[in-house]
Write a protein that binds this ligand. Structure first.
Ligand code: PEP
Ligand code: CO
Length: 447
C-alpha cells in the first residue's frame, strides 16, 4: 500500500477533473495556497467528530444544508445572513422535534466545486465545457467564461474565508435570535393544511424558550450556537493545499470542518476516496441506487479501518421511488462490518426531474416521501436515522415545486437562480423542518 500523504491521490484514478489548459497555473496557485492560514482549527474539527459520534448513537441529530453550488456572488452580508438564519430556524424546530441537540453543518464557505454528469452542454446550439462550480470556471454561456482558470482556487479560498469570518461574527455577536420564534417569518403557515399542527409546535417552542429565559437558564445556550462548514471534496489540488499537519502529526483538511465524497466519485479505488482516507476530519459518503453493497463495504473499510465512531456519515440519496429497494442492504452491510456510521438522508438528489420546458426541479412531496420512508426503513432495520441533508437557500427562489405556497411549473420562471440543482427556498425549508417535526413527534405532539 502506498504511504498516504496529501498529494498521494495523484497515483489513483481521478474523476471529474477540470480540463485545465494551464497546469503550471494550478501548481503556482496551490503553492501560494499552501502558505495561507487554515480556515478552521483541528480542535473544532475534533469537536464536530465527537458530536457526530453522539448522533450516530442517537443522542444528537445532524442538520446539514446549503446551496448546491455556492457562488462567489453569494458572498454578501444579506445572502450569508439569510442562509444562516434558515438553518438556525430549522435547527430549533428539529431540536424541539427530536428532543436532542442539533448539529448544524452548512454547505457553506467553500461549496464551490461541482461534479457534472456530462463534460459539455449545448447552449443555443453552441457546445460549451460544463460549468464545474465557481472554483473552476464561470457559469456564463460563452467559451471564455467556461475556461477552467486556476486563479479561481485563490478566489475560492478568499471567498470561503470572508464567508466564514462573517458567519463567526454573526454567531459571536448573538445573531442566533432563537429565543424569539414569534419573530419568524411564518406567513406560509396561514396557507398550510398543517396550520394547526405548526401552530402547536411554534407555541410549544415559544413556551419552552420563555420558561428558560424566565428561570435564567437558557440565555447563553440560546444565543450562542455552534456552526460547522462542509463541502464536497472534489477539486483535489485545492483540498491538498489546505491539508495541514497538527502537532501530533495527524493530517487535517482545514478548509472546512466536514468533507464528503460525491456520488460520482465514491470509488473505493479512486483518487477522491484515497485522499479522504488520510485526513482526520469526519467525512461523508453519498450513496444511492448504484451503490453496490460489496463496494460499499470496501468504501467503509478504506475510509474507516479503525471503525471510529463519528468518522463516517453515510448520506443516502436514493429518490422516493428506490430508497426501499436499496437502503436496507447497505444498513445491513454496515452493521455486519461493525461500522458505527451516522446515517443521514439527502432527499434532494434522487428526486430531481426535468420539466417539459427543460428546467431541473424537485417536488416537495417527493422530498418528504423519501424522508418519511427513510425514517421507516431505519426503524424497521433497528438502525438510527441521525441526520438530514438539504439543498436550500435563504431567499424566496422558485426552484422546487409544491409546498404550502403552492409553487407551480409556471412559477419556475419567476425566480430560478441556481447555478446547479434546484433548492428549497426559506419558506419551503422551514416547512420541511415542521413536517419532519410532525413526523417525529406524531405520538406525543402537545394537544
Ligand atoms: C451535491 O450534493 O450537490 C451532489 C452533486 O450530490 P450527489 O453527489 O449525491 O449527486
Ligand atoms: Co446538488
Amino acid at each position: 500500500m502506498t504511504h498516504w500523504h496529501p498529494g498521494s491521490w495523484r497515483t489513483y484514478p481521478l474523476y471529474q477533473y477540470p480540463p485545465y489548459d494551464d497546469p503550471m497555473g494550478v501548481q503556482r496557485v496551490t503553492e501560494n495556497l499552501r502558505g495561507y492560514p487554515p480556515l478552521v482549527a483541528p480542535g473544532e474539527v475534533e469537536l464536530l467528530t465527537e458530536a457526530l459520534a453522539e448522533a450516530a448513537a442517537g443522542r444528537r441529530f445532524l442538520l446539514q444544508g446549503g446551496d448546491c453550488a455556492e457562488r462567489f456572488s453569494d458572498c454578501t452580508a444579506a445572502s450569508i445572513t439569510a442562509r444562516l438564519q434558515v438553518l438556525l430556524q430549522m435547527s430549533l424546530v428539529l431540536t424541539y422535534a427530536t428532543r436532542k441537540p442539533v448539529i448544524r453543518v452548512g454547505r457553506m464557505a467553500g461549496q464551490y466545486a461541482k461534479p457534472r454528469s456530462a463534460d459539455t452542454e449545448t447552449v443555443n446550439g453552441q457546445v460549451l465545457p460544463a460549468y464545474r462550480g465557481d472554483l473552476v470556471n464561470d457559469v456564463g454561456t460563452d467559451p471564455v467564461s467556461r475556461r477552467p482558470d486556476p486563479e479561481r482556487m485563490r478566489w475560492g479560498y478568499h471567498h470561503a474565508a470572508v464567508t466564514l469570518n462573517y458567519i463567526r461574527a454573526l454567531i459571536e455577536g448573538g445573531f442566533a435570535d432563537l429565543h424569539h420564534p414569534e419573530k419568524w417569518d411564518l406567513g406560509f403557515i396561514e396557507n398550510s393544511p398543517h396550520r394547526e399542527a405548526y401552530r402547536r409546535i411554534v407555541d410549544a417552542i415559544t413556551d419552552a424558550v420563555t420558561f428558560m429565559e424566565t428561570i435564567g437558564g437558557g440565555g447563553e445556550t440560546l444565543r450562542r450556537v455552534s456552526f460547522y462548514t462542509s463541502h464536497e471534496a472534489l477539486l483535489l489540488p485545492y483540498e491538498e493545499a489546505l491539508t495541514r499537519q497538527d502537532e501530533s502529526g495527524r493530517w487535517f483538511n482545514l478548509g472546512a470542518h466536514f468533507l464528503w465524497v460525491g456520488y460520482r466519485t465514491a470509488d473505493p479505488y479512486g483518487a477522491h476516496v484515497h485522499y479522504l482516507s488520510g485526513i482526520a476530519n469526519p467525512v461523508g459518503i453519498k450513496v444511492g441506487p448504484d451503490t453496490r453493497p460489496d463496494f460499499f463495504r470496501k468504501l467503509l473499510e478504506k475510509l474507516n479501518p479503525s471503525r471510529l465512531s463519528g468518522r463516517l456519515t453515510v448520506i443516502s440519496r436514493y429518490g422516493a421511488e428506490s430508497v426501499g429497494e436499496g437502503l436496507p442492504a447497505l444498513i445491513e452491510t454496515a452493521r455486519a462490518d461493525g461500522q458505527p456510521v451516522l446515517w443521514c438522508c439527502d432527499p434532494m438528489h434522487g428526486n430531481t426531474r426535468t420539466t417539459a420546458a427543460g428546467r431541473k426541479t424537485r417536488m416537495l412531496s417527493d422530498i418528504f416521501r423519501e424522508l418519511e420512508q427513510t425514517f421507516e426503513i431505519h426503524a424497521a432495520c433497528g438502525s438510527v436515522l441521525g441526520g438530514v441533508h438539504f439543498e436550500l437557500t435563504g431567499s424566496a427562489v422558485t426552484e422546487c415545486l409544491g409546498g404550502s405556497s403552492g409553487i407551480t411549473e409556471q412559477d419556475l420562471r419567476t425566480f430560478y437562480e441556481t447555478a446547479c440543482d434546484p433548492r428549497l427556498n426559506a419558506e419551503q425549508s422551514l416547512e420541511m423542518a415542521f413536517l419532519i417535526a410532525r413526523l417525529l413527534r406524531q405520538d406525543h405532539a402537545p394537544n
